[in-house]
Design a binder for this molecule. Structure first.
Ligand code: ARG
Length: 458
């Protein structure tokens, strides 16, 4: 048991208490951030004359040595230490002797852990952003290749109007683009350095908090030391943003699962991204999409857990806050892996353009356009709606899309129908005449794609 405290205790810590209290099992994740923070701290202490330059250099050499030894596996981070902070400090003292005991001058583990977690989270926010960028690039490629791929658009999971695959993908581009914007917002708002907040009330040493913040790439120090040690808002925001990413991925997964089913056959998931059944030889299952959909729950769980942990904590630091780590780490790992796997599945998936087009053609998705055709010929919309309703009923009874009916058949419902009806309700016309901003028509889509390209450039 290596602990940084004990002077005022008369008994050894109970073993179960020690294990229950320890965080080394999970906070070793930010070992590098802990060392980085300590480097900045000693540099600042020396600049302020609190440590001599010689002491600073000895400590820096010691920290470098510990980092290198851990990286090559020569020094193991073990349960013998209470937490990663104790591990670094104890090893520093072992290595460079008494001067190592000066590292913690003007610092508390409260502002130290607040710093480490923030540095670690900042890296992870940037990492998630890069995974999202790669996914967006993949979605954009599918859009570029499918401006003319006609498919049914759905509402209530009922075929509604023809759209294109590019248009459908474009909706997901927007979602994941907003997710990237959320990452950027979080990074900006969180980028203030809590180190120097001390245990809660700052310190009596003349610390230069601006300098420490600058060394660690922050935009400045946090403003209030009590908030500095007890703020985990940035992590809650990140978990909320990850939950939103997962919600988007889950919707997308659900569609891939439907599209990949025997009933739809709009897509075929690549063999490398599918799995088989142990009993049914014919099966090729969309497990990746299902797992992504399923893992959404545990990411939401991490968000709810942290919100709940934080809700009753009085100022300033309380040990409850150690619970900010494990589930948050799991949510970060899970979400990044899901984005990555989903991108792999999407980039290798085959789109069955013929099936999509046939599905759009056979679902009366051009009924609105047929009604609009009558309106353009002078029929009031409500009447046109009724006429086409009857045409559709006739089609259903006779297993015929409107396009396949003869003019004589159409004249049973209205004599306004003319030869030009066929062109007016072709799938191509239905899509290409939808030209308002954000619509699937070729011109509108080309502009949308241009915007998406630009969004990925900056
Ligand atoms: N392991 C602790 C945590 O994660 C570090 C801070 C400990 N501070 C304290 N006052 N016991 O929150």
């Amino acid at each position: 048991m290596a602990q940084l405290w004990g002077g005022r205790f008369t008994k050894k810590t109970d073993e179960k208490v020690y294990a229950f209290n320890a965080s080394i099992g999970f906070d070793q994740r930010f070992f590098h951030e802990d060392v980085e923070g300590s480097r900045a701290h000693v540099k600042m202490l020396a600049k302020q004359g609190i440590l001599t330059e010689e002491e600073r250099d000895q400590i820096l050499v010691g920290l470098d040595g510990i980092e290198k030894d851990v990286d090559v596996g020569k020094l193991l981070i073990t349960e013998a230490y209470e937490d990663v902070h104790s591990f670094v400090e104890a090893n520093l003292i072992d290595r460079i002797g008494d001067v190592g005991k000066k590292l913690h001058t003007g610092r508390s583990r409260n502002d130290q852990v607040a710093l480490d977690m923030r540095l670690y989270t900042r890296n992870r926010v940037e990492g998630t952003d890069q995974y999202l960028k790669k996914l967006l690039e993949c979605i954009l490629r599918v859009m570029e290749e499918n401006i003319d791929t006609i498919m049914p658009g759905f509402t209530h999971l009922q075929k509604a109007q023809p759209i294109t695959l590019a248009h459908h993908m474009g909706a997901y581009f927007e979602m994941f683009y907003r997710d990237r914007q959320r990452m950027a917002d979080i990074r900006k708002r969180m980028n203030y350095c809590p180190l120097g907040s001390g245990a809660l009330a700052g310190t009596t040493y003349p610390l230069d908090r601006n300098y420490t913040a600058e060394l660690l790439g922050f935009d400045g120090p946090t403003t209030n030391s009590m908030d500095g040690v007890s703020d985990r808002d940035y992590l809650i925001e990140y978990l909320a943003a990850l939950s939103t990413v997962m919600m988007h991925l889950s919707r997308f997964s659900e569609e891939v699962i439907l599209w990949n089913s025997n009933e739809y056959q709009f897509v075929e998931i690549d063999d490398a991204f599918s799995t088989g059944s142990s009993i049914m030889p014919q099966k090729k299952n969309p497990d990746i999409a299902e797992l992504v959909r399923g893992k959404t729950g545990r990411v939401y769980g991490a968000l709810m857990a942290l919100l709940t942990t934080m809700k009753g904590i009085p100022l300033a630091y309380n040990k409850d806050m150690q619970e900010d780590k494990e589930l948050a780490f799991d949510a970060m790992d899970t979400t990044d892996a899901c984005i990555d796997l989903f991108e792999g599945m999407l980039s290798t998936m085959t789109f069955r353009k013929d099936k999509m087009r046939e599905s759009a053609r056979h679902g009366y998705t051009n009924a609105t356009d047929a009604a609009d055709y009558l309106v353009k010929k002078g029929v009031p919309f409500r009447d046109a709606h009724g006429i086409i309703g009857q045409v559709v009923l006739y089609g259903i009874e006779n297993h015929k899309p409107i396009d396949d009916m003869t003019l004589a058949e159409l004249h049973q419902f209205s004599d306004v129908f003319d030869q030009d009806i066929y062109d007016a309700i072709s799938m191509e016309t239905c899509v290409d005449t939808r030209l308002t901003i954000g619509a699937p028509g070729r011109e509108a889509m080309a502009q949308e794609i241009e915007k998406c390209r630009a969004a990925l450039r900056d």
